[in-house]
Design a protein around this ligand. Structure first.
Ligand code: UP5
Length: 190
């Protein structure tokens, strides 16, 4: 893919903020390809690749998988796609992720879509989800939230200082949130 013509939007927000719910809608309305870093890592766990067990243990502890692994998976997925527009969901989660993506893939995001949601609502949604995720239990949720506040919020603040953050109030209904998402993506309307 060409660094000049490829558009990347990062989608960030706490665990349960609605990234995975809103991204398919962006795909449907604006023709982006959705790359979910967490899903790419989960596929590695399920393929029983050499890193699978290690990734599983990081996820179970709510820890951030080493950047080289995640960035390689994202880069491969971008190379395999014919699309030039990508929404990357749940990444970069820390400064190391951010720097690794910029150094290896050499693309800066067009903007960062930030789903802002209070902690109590995040916890409520994740505990309600009940889909058998290894990290959807009260102990791991506490760890995921701590990692989010300590490591991911600084990345959001970094992009905010560059004027690149589009913040959305994610506490409302799925449809209300998507109305705001639509205005942010309006310039990409086909
Ligand atoms: N829901 C959604 N929107 C709602 C709304 N507006 N009102 C009411 N309910 C709403 O939503 C969560 C739940 O809330 C669902 O039941 C949904 O119906 C409901 P979802 O859309 O799934 O939220 P999302 O933000 O996608 O939550 P998720 O838990 O998937 O986010 P995480 O960021 O925790 O998960 P991810 O898969 O990205 O990462 C998991 C782990 O992988 C990390 O902890 C980490 O260990 C590892 N990881 C890395 O190491 N590096 C990476 O780059 C990425 C992941």
């Amino acid at each position: 893919f060409s660094q000049e013509t490829t558009v990347v939007v990062f989608v960030l927000g706490g665990p349960g903020s609605g990234k995975g719910t809103q991204c398919p809608k962006i795909v449907e309305h604006f023709g982006f390809t959705h790359l979910c870093a967490g899903d790419l890592l989960q596929a590695e766990i399920e393929s029983e690749s050499e890193n699978g067990t290690m990734i599983h243990n990081f996820k179970k502890e709510g820890k951030i998988v080493p950047s080289e692994i995640t960035v390689k998976l994202l880069q491969q997925a971008m190379q395999q796609s014919d699309n030039k527009r990508f929404i990357i969901d749940g990444f970069p989660r820390n400064e190391e992720n951010r720097a690794a993506f910029e150094n290896i893939v050499k693309i800066k995001p067009e903007f960062v879509l930030f789903f802002d949601c209070p902690e109590v609502e995040l916890t409520r949604r994740i505990l309600n989800r009940n889909q058998g995720r290894v990290d959807d239990n009260i102990e791991t949720i506490g760890k995921r939230l701590k990692v989010y506040f300590e490591s991911t919020l600084p990345v959001i603040n970094y992009y905010n200082s560059k004027g690149k953050v589009q913040k959305i109030d994610a506490q409302r209904s799925v449809d209300e949130v998507f109305e705001d998402v639509k205005s942010v993506f309006a310039k990409f309307k086909p």
